[in-house]
Design a protein around this ligand. Structure first.
Ligand code: HEC
Length: 689
């Protein structure tokens, strides 16, 4: 087991006084833009700007901020072109600002139906758009791809990219390749068949599509670019694999690799997670958990690399793919690097997808390393939880999730927002398909947190996060900054020897890129997941980041017991000497609603099971909310059988993302859930958690 964390000793979060230096600060170019998700075609998230640098970063301050209309998670990468800043928020809304003053130039609401929120495994987030030839392109949660006039915000075209009767969602940012807009989709927890599509940027017409898993047994070919590899895919699947679509969503990373005229994308987990129910426990299940490269013109398959063959852990391989040239063993190699959920840092040859090197960048219990001859992980004996429950590190939350990593060609280091979130995997084979929720093939409720304060504290202490500076050539950690919790923000690296990262606790920090010394910190008072960007307008450099907690882990996991409702998300923009006023109103958590128990022990157990399998993904495991959606233990409706029923069965709040569960639950089920939540509320009143 690679149970010891690799590399250097953790570094405490201490502020190091900047060394004064007489060297003149170079003037930034009058305009420096950030027009695509990863900042440049290699998606390094490295900016050449140096006006803000390690010598003066301590002088950063807030230049302006903007409060949005939602407290749901913020994951977008803001884009900037010629003095205009574009960003997206939860519910797929778009805003354009004057990048220097923060004045709103226009906004666009695609009016995503509230009930779509139910199809989103991981909050109603949006990770941003792309600018190309005067248009701003973005995807919507309900599966549309929309082109807006970047000047006015008026729609130019809109196309539906998914079968909207199925649980597809779009949260990822589109990319541009060869005059086409590339977009994928999500839904791997519910039951979809993943694919990536290329649309003509001018007309919105479909150019090609590549499916990441084969069509269901006996179903015809798709007439898509992936048709040619259907036999290759099918040979790695078994049983009635098409029943739930198979999964394999392309929900995040897509990179256009100009040097090889190929589009490289990351493919997500299988549906259900457990291969026993997905594929008769056989096969690698191509192209789940793989990086796939296809021809940019035709979408034809070129190569793939799969890090977790035949996976059972939700090990999406969708995390940031960064392109680079590296000198490895005296040779210039055209490589990509990736640090996906499964805990390995991969360096892969872009010419053919071959693995050059790999090492674990985080603690792992599921493997003892990689067999370099085959490129396959050496799994530990019960990693597939076949002989009983297994605690895995990393888990489906990933040793690194969608929060983008950065790479500085100056330091030669990649900066990974890494974390340790263990999970207990317990198969619920034989598995019954559930239309009203997640289809994992494992018991989510097996991770129920203890009621006793001391035990709960011990479990929470296992949840960690850190910023890792990783050398892709030596495959070793150069330094790390340890945080006291997971789910921290994406990273920006700059030529000013700086890296910027926000934290789930709500700070925005600047560190030296070479050594990880903390130079500056701003308390935003709102958890941050999104990656900062930097740009220049009229000779002044700015750093911008979206603040707003939530997302897959954030929505369902309470980091503390005293969280009140989360405040609305913000856009924060910093500059040297910035001194804009900043204030966040915090609402204190309401007291527990204490209701006398009239439920039998059997009913409470049933209610607990339904709650943990169906409600916990949004309202929090063990009914402990993170504050992004209401804490049901503190909800006045808890005291009212009829009121509770009106929401849970009647759908009274469906416009706000709380659907009716009428199709899947009876009023008696809803009442049993109320009993369980009431018990949790009494525990809150007595034990404080
Ligand atoms: C996909 C996410 C999601 C799931 C799953 C979900 N909810 Fe909700 N729920 C929400 C959101 C969002 C709201 C807040 C709606 C609003 O702001 O009006 C909410 C609100 C509620 C409320 C009203 C709270 C208040 O403030 O008055 C109740 C009661 C509730 N949910 C119960 C449940 C139960 C019981 C389940 C499981 C059967 C469940 N929810 C599953 C997202 C979800």
């Amino acid at each position: 087991m690679n149970s010891a964390a690799p590399g250097a000793k953790p570094m405490a979060e201490v502020v190091v006084a900047p060394t004064p230096t007489p060297s003149p600060v170079p003037a930034p170019p009058s305009f420096a833009n950030w027009t695509t998700y990863g900042g440049n075609s290699e998606e390094t998230r490295f900016s050449p700007l140096t006006a803000i640098n390690a010598q003066n970063a301590a002088g950063l301050g807030l230049a302006w901020s903007h409060e949005f209309d939602t407290a749901r998670g913020m994951e977008a990468t803001p884009l900037v072109q010629d003095g205009v800043l574009y960003t997206t928020t939860s519910w797929s809304k778009v805003y354009a600002f004057d990048a220097t003053s923060g004045n709103v130039l226009w906004s666009y609401d695609p009016k995503v139906p509230g009930e779509t929120g139910f199809k989103a495994c991981c909050d109603v987030v949006n990770r941003g758009g792309v600018l190309f030839e005067g248009k701003f392109y973005f995807g919507t949660l309900d599966g549309r791809l929309i082109a807006l006039d970047a000047k006015t915000g008026s729609p130019v075209w809109s196309t539906v990219t998914v079968d909207q009767s199925k649980p597809y969602t779009i949260t990822g940012a589109p990319r541009i390749a060869k005059g086409r807009v590339l977009i994928g989709n999500g839904g791997g927890e519910y039951g979809v068949r993943g694919y990536i599509s290329a649309y003509d940027a001018n007309s919105g017409k479909l150019a090609w599509r590549f499916y990441t898993v084969p069509p269901a047994k006996g179903a015809p070919a798709d007439g898509a670019a992936s048709d040619a590899v259907i036999p290759k895919m099918q040979a790695t699947w078994a049983g009635d694999y098409g029943k739930l679509g198979g999964g394999g969503p392309v929900w995040d990373t897509i990179v256009y690799d100009q040097e090889f005229n190929q589009v490289i994308f990351g493919v997500g987990n299988g549906t259900p997670w457990d291969r026993r129910t997905r594929s008769a426990d056989k096969g690698d299940n191509l192209f789940l958990d793989s990086i796939v490269a296809v021809d940019a013109d035709t979408g034809a398959y070129k190569w793939h690399y799969g890090g977790s063959p035949g996976e059972v852990w939700d090990f999406d391989q969708t995390q940031s793919v960064i392109l680079s040239d590296l000198n490895i063993g005296g040779q210039n190699r055209k490589i990509l690097m990736q640090a996906p959920k499964n805990g390995f840092f991969y360096v892969i040859d872009r010419a053919n997808g071959r693995l050059i090197s790999a090492n674990n960048y985080a603690t792992q219990t599921w493997t003892t390393g990689i067999d370099m001859a085959t490129g396959r992980p050496n799994e530990t004996p019960n990693a597939r939880y076949a002989k009983g429950p297994f605690v895995s590190l990393p888990s489906g939350q990933g040793a690194h999730n969608w929060q983008p990593m950065a790479f500085s060609p100056q330091t030669g280091l990649a900066y990974i927002p890494a974390q340790e979130v263990p999970m207990l995997y317990k198969s619920d084979h034989p598995f019954i398909k559930r239309d009203g929720g997640w289809n994992l093939g494992i018991e989510l409720g097996a991770n129920t947190l203890p009621n006793k304060t001391a035990q709960l504290k011990a479990v929470r202490a296992m949840l960690k996060g850190h910023l890792a500076a990783w050398n892709p050539i030596t495959q070793k950690e150069a330094w790390r900054v340890q945080y006291d919790g997971p789910w921290n923000g994406g990273v920006l690296a700059t030529a000013g020897n700086l890296v910027f990262q926000g934290t789930s606790r709500g700070t925005v920090n600047a560190y030296t890129a070479d050594k990880g010394q903390k130079l500056w910190s701003f308390d935003a008072e709102i958890g941050i997941m999104a990656p900062p960007v930097t740009y220049a307008v009229n000779g002044r450099q700015y750093v911008a980041v979206m603040a707003g907690y939530g997302g897959g882990y954030g929505i369902g996991a309470a980091l503390a017991d005293n969280a009140g409702p989360r405040p609305n998300g913000r856009l924060l923009v910093f500059a040297l000497g910035g001194d804009a006023a900043y204030h966040v109103d915090h609402v204190a958590p309401a007291p527990a609603v204490v209701v006398k128990s009239t439920w039998s022990a059997k009913t409470l157990a049933r209610g607990g099971h339904i709650y943990e399998e169906t409600c916990s993904v949004c309202h929090g495991g063990t009914a402990r909310s993170s504050g992004v959606v209401p804490d049901l233990r503190r909800d006045p409706l808890l005291a009212s059988k009829a009121g509770w029923n009106q929401v849970v069965i009647g759908g009274a709040l469906s416009d706000n993302g709380m659907v009716s569960f009428k199709k899947w639950l009876t009023p008696a089920d809803a009442e049993a859930v109320r009993g369980y939540v009431a018990a949790r509320a009494r525990n809150l009143a007595v034990n404080g958690n």
